[in-house]
Design a binder for this molecule. Structure first.
Ligand code: ZN
Ligand code: ZN
Ligand code: ZN
Length: 479
């Protein structure tokens, strides 16, 4: 009770001075209603490089509390929902930009959504929509046990939130080292898969101009463009969701995105992905006698053609964007969303991890000490269970980049400020005024997150109001 009064007191104090509150809430809005903004203190000035004249100065001292709030820009939903929402919107544009290729010829570009899975590293407890986890398959001899005496069945009906889901039926039977090494090599496995896809496209293509398409000539005719997202499964292994598109190649202008020749359709793309996924492999470091020597894709490969209809293409972009803001902590209970800072307990410290996740982190630490695994630097990737890549990535010509989107947003904000005669607006470099101004700043981080819980609650309220207003606008309920 005392605690809530204190929070209320903080909120009232924040709102007491109308002018202060207006400035503070404008900052919160500019930070995108981030839940843990970076608080900066310092100053900056714009200097005209032609004249050396200082055109404007700004100090955080002008702001309430003497600090400037800046969005944390974290992509992870579990860390900052508003920043993750913004990232998701950007990701949607990146993915959707690719499903509508630059030439605008959606129907001419075959597009598929493929999910590349990992192989099995031992039986795990599973959630089966209310069904039994794993039925006994013992035949006449009844329920069988493994060589360690553990049952190979489980009659529980696990719910999705059940911490058991993803845990091995027997930890000694499970190939945890294989799982960790697989995560560590999935990036390389994908790189090789792309090479194999080109080979498969050549092998499976019909004769063109009376001649077979060779591995050498296929890249002169076709280009595989893709965006992919890595998603952690409950058992701690990553899946890749890949949006793959087939483009043609304009030899005179390689950057141009054009439709592929008519013979390269969605059936050829699907067949090439399947063909490549079955054949590609990556050699793994030797760690013990039982762990596989090669990383391969699992038997489950799901490839779906995406129709040229706008609604279908928008839906797959949304589907991938949603995965882009998920983290290992959303799938694997107990893990934190990021590498722990030096002053935080380690991921497996404190004994709060479920047993099977603790067994995985212990395996990573064991492998990290082996000479054969040194190059993998596994000790740095305990929090991602060995996975070392980027969650979201794309081929160069797939679509617009995140950097381009950020640049566009900044340009838009500057343009708006110019209209509002903001002294902070940079002159348009392409405009009539060619004077060049530079921004010189000296900033220190005063802290991360709102200074009080009351501020945080207020920011959340402002964020909700902002979203509701936008939603009303979208639905045509407001002016
Ligand atoms: Zn944030
Ligand atoms: Zn079970
Ligand atoms: Zn066993």
């Amino acid at each position: 009770m005392i605690r809530s009064q204190t929070v209320l007191g903080q909120m009232i104090a924040r709102m007491a001075d109308e002018d202060h509150y207006r400035r503070w809430s404008a900052q919160v809005e500019r930070a995108g209603h981030c839940v843990r903004p970076v608080r900066l203190s310092g100053s900056a000035m714009t200097v005209n490089t032609a004249t050396g004249e200082i055109e404007a100065t700004y100090s955080s001292e002008q702001e309430p509390g003497g600090v400037l709030l800046v969005a944390c820009k974290d992509r992870r939903e579990s860390v900052c929902p508003p920043c993750a929402a913004r990232y998701r919107a950007d990701a949607w544009h990146v993915f959707a930009g690719g499903v509508t290729p630059d030439d605008g010829d959606e129907a001419g570009h075959p597009l598929v959504l493929a999910t590349f899975t990992a192989p099995s590293f031992g039986h795990v407890h599973a959630c089966r929509d209310g069904g039994v986890c794993r039925t006994a398959r013992g035949g006449k001899r009844g329920n069988r046990t493994c060589e360690h005496g553990k049952p190979l069945w489980c009659h529980a009906r696990h719910t999705p939130g059940d911490g058991m889901v993803g845990a091995p039926l027997c930890e000694d039977c499970a190939d945890l080292a294989g799982l960790v090494l697989w995560n560590a090599h999935v990036g390389e496995l994908w790189r090789r898969t792309v090479i194999y896809i080109y080979r498969a496209l050549a092998a499976l293509a019909p004769n063109v101009g009376g001649r077979p398409v060779t591995v050498r000539s296929v890249r002169e005719m076709l280009r595989l463009s893709y965006a992919k997202v890595a998603e952690f499964q409950k058992r701690g292994v990553v899946h890749l969701h890949v949006l793959a598109r087939l483009d043609g190649v304009n030899a005179d202008d390689p950057d141009q995105v054009i439709a592929p020749p008519a013979w390269a359709g969605v059936d050829l793309l699907t067949a090439a992905l399947t063909h490549a996924a079955r054949r590609v492999s990556v050699p793994l470091p030797v760690v013990d006698a039982r762990t596989a020597a090669m990383a391969r894709w699992g038997a489950q490969l799901d490839v779906r053609a995406v129709q040229a209809r706008e609604v279908d293409r928008a839906r797959v972009a949304g589907y991938l964007a949603k995965y882009a803001t998920k983290t290992v902590s959303d799938s694997v209970s107990g893990l934190t969303a990021s590498r722990p800072r030096a002053d935080e307990p380690d991921v497996d410290g404190g004994g709060r991890l479920p047993a099977h996740v603790a067994a995985l982190t212990a395996t990573i630490r064991r492998l990290a000490r082996l000479g054969t695994c040194r190059a993998l630097r596994l000790a740095r990737h305990v929090h991602t269970l060995g996975f070392r890549g980027h969650v979201t990535s794309k081929s160069r010509r797939y679509s617009t980049t995140f950097a381009a989107l950020r640049e566009a947003r900044r340009a838009w904000r500057l343009a708006r400020r110019t209209r509002e005669r903001d002294p902070w607006a940079h002159p348009d470099p392409d405009g009539a005024d060619h004077a060049v101004t530079v921004l010189v700043g000296d900033w220190r981080i005063a802290g991360v997150g709102y200074r009080t819980l009351g501020d945080r609650v207020l920011a959340e309220v402002l964020g909700r109001e902002h979203r509701e207003a936008r939603e009303a606008l979208r639905l045509g309920l407001a002016e």
